[in-house]
Design a protein around this ligand. Sequence first.
Ligand code: COA
Length: 274
Amino acid sequence: MSEWETVAVEKEDGIAWVYLNRPEKRNAMNPKLHYEMLEVLDRLEFDDTAGVIVLAGKGDAWCAGQDLKESFRDLWDEPAELKRSSWAAQEWRWRRLYTYPKPTIAMVHGYCFGGAFTQLIACDVALAAEEATFGLSEVNWGTFPAGLVSRVLTEALGYRDAMYYVLTGATFDGRRAAEMRLVTFAYPQAQLRERTEALARTLLEKNPHTLAACKDAVKNSARMDFALAEQYFAARSLALRAVDPDARRQGIEQFLSGEYKPGFEPYSRSDQDQ
Ligand code: COA
């Protein structure tokens, strides 16, 4: 897929590597990138050859946040386009990505600033280079982390860390990001791609319908009370069986006949080639 200017998609054995591709601008997000990312996510959602999505960045940065010139200053006198591109920005970075039915991994190296935190937190798993540089720089250029950043920040960080970094704009590295649980793990930069690929391969071995249910269960129940969550899980479980009637049956039968240990590995799927 090479029809996009600001995004590059490379598919490899079930993994879709999606690169923000404005390296000369440190992958700052302009309106075109927002529109193209919407198209890319639409395309990959229904592409059976893409089982896991990795969101990465070309060049020296993961993403330097919103393009302060093209997404903001150039649109000061164009309210209609500002509104449309702001919608696209929120749509792909949060509403689409957060609820995406396939597993998503953020692979962060180099810079990750401001608005980039939205898609970082929307991804299911985030792996970072220990050497990466993160920052909520908005306070340094006269505003606060808006869009949705201040809100989604508290999905990952606790109140104390979120407030400290929002108020100071202080930068921090990948190790600190992992310590605060902003990212899942941090690795030396030289290992980042290999570790990301290994994780993607682990996910590709699982039943994709089951993975979608896992995502729904964790994400949707977070703000439910216990009674509602129980009801939701019962209904989601029925929905999973409707879409994939044999999944649990195969998994349990294979365990009981001694073919594998679910504690350590997934069952063999007869639907693997579908
Ligand atoms: N918006 C618009 N342009 C940006 C940008 C952004 N967020 N981040 C980087 N760029 C552009 C620079 O203007 C420069 O363009 P030019 O070559 O046409 O002059 C180019 O990308 C390279 O940036 P530069 O600052 O020269 O690179 P650097 O490696 O020395 O520094 C950053 C990189 C990311 C530390 C620095 O560019 C920066 O602070 N960017 C703003 C980050 C930010 O606050 N993001 C939050 C926005 S929500």
